[in-house]
Design a protein around this ligand. Structure first.
Ligand SMILES: [Mn+2]
Length: 352
């Protein structure tokens, strides 16, 4: 496995490239142009500026997370073709700096959803938390203003320009069924995958987080059967997965090691993290260690190892520990600890 670490870019992250370089075994950064709105093609000079910074530290730019999909594509509107053309242009430009994997998602309106960005755990650290009952009663606008109120940093998936049209978007999705969403995803893939193939870039879809409908919006990438269906929409190695253990694992019915075993040849990018689930449907993010959460991280890493996985891995989220201020889920310390746990399991398997 190739270990990579998400970095939000110059002036947009509390973690520095210098710090990331000191985490053992990290070969590249997972990056994006967070200031380019979904649907626009990425300016080459901005891509090259990130490359220049990464080169100074010897990091690869192999994995991009995310090139966001414009809502008109997800909605299947006539205007989608323009945004799909821009997406193709971005793929071709990213190939020029050696990108191998593009992570994206197909969730209507909201990317990930949580109700508390800093839930206090027993040890005094804080972590992202999802309260089931709160989401059920909540007006989505309330959640948006809570999350968007962070004045310092952009929150990927919660960009103000994307959410300023929230009421309009909800109205647009009112008659969009899950089957419509499948059709719109298929249309997108049929256009994009040949371009990805020609540029040797794998398109790796991230599952829905959490893996069930929120605020009445349809969601389709929620479990093993649906991922199987997804891979058949366009049966190409370039139509791939970002398998996120924490997103899928929020639903107790999802057997993550079984998914790794079934899909390993089509997983281009692995997000590995742990969550603790509660009986009422709530969940909280925990340390990576098996035993701290509900997921057996050792079994997940073992499934990758035994499947001969050679793709990219990142520790995904971590808790906020040792009083360091950071982006929710994206501090330095707990993700670095997570990496050492993942390497510990991997190296042990390799040395047997
Ligand atoms: Mn993830």
């Amino acid at each position: 496995m190739k270990m990579v670490f998400r970095w939000y870019g110059e002036g947009n992250d509390t973690v520095t490239l210098e710090q990331i370089r000191q985490i053992p075994g990290v070969s590249g950064i997972v990056w994006a142009l967070h200031d380019v709105p979904a649907g626009e093609d990425w300016p080459m000079e901005k891509i090259l500026a990130v490359k220049k910074r990464a080169d100074q530290y010897g990091f690869s730019l192999d994995v991009v997370e995310s090139v966001n999909v414009h809502e008109d594509i997800k909605l299947g509107l006539k205007t989608r073709d323009r945004y799909i053309e821009n997406y193709k242009k971005t793929i071709a430009k990213l190939a020029q700096v050696g990108v191998k994997v593009i992570c994206y998602n197909f969730m209507p309106i909201f990317d990930w959803t949580r109700t508390d960005m800093a839930r206090r755990l027993d040890d005094g650290s804080t972590a992202l938390f999802y309260e089931n009952a709160k989401i059920k009663d909540m007006d989505p606008m309330e959640l948006v203003s809570e999350i968007a109120s962070n004045p310092d940093l952009t929150m990927p998936g919660w960009e103000p320009e994307r959410l300023s049209r929230l009421n309009e978007l909800f109205e647009a999705y009112r008659n969009v069924t899950e089957e419509d969403l499948w059709q719109n995803l298929k249309y997108f893939l049929e256009q994009i995958i040949p371009v990805a193939e020609a540029n040797d870039i794998k398109m790796a879809i991230h599952p829905d987080d959490p893996p069930w409908p929120v605020f009445g919006l349809p969601r389709i990438l929620t479990g093993q059967a649906n991922l199987r269906r997804f891979l058949k929409l366009v049966d190409s190695p370039y139509n791939a997965l970002t398998l996120c253990s924490g997103s899928l694992g929020a639903n107790a019915e999802n057997d993550v090691p079984a998914m790794v075993r079934e899909f390993v040849d089509r997983i281009a990018f692995a997000h590995i993290r742990n969550v603790r689930r509660f009986d009422n449907g709530d969940f909280v993010e925990t340390s990576h260690r098996t035993g701290d959460g509900s997921l057996d991280i050792v079994a997940i890493v073992k499934a990758y190892y035994e499947g001969g996985f050679t793709g990219y891995v990142r520790p995904d989220h971590g808790r906020h520990i040792w009083n360091k201020k950071c982006r929710p889920g994206y501090g330095l310390y707990d993700r670095a600890l997570g990496i050492m746990y993942l390497w510990g399991v991997w190296d042990t398997l390799e040395s047997r």
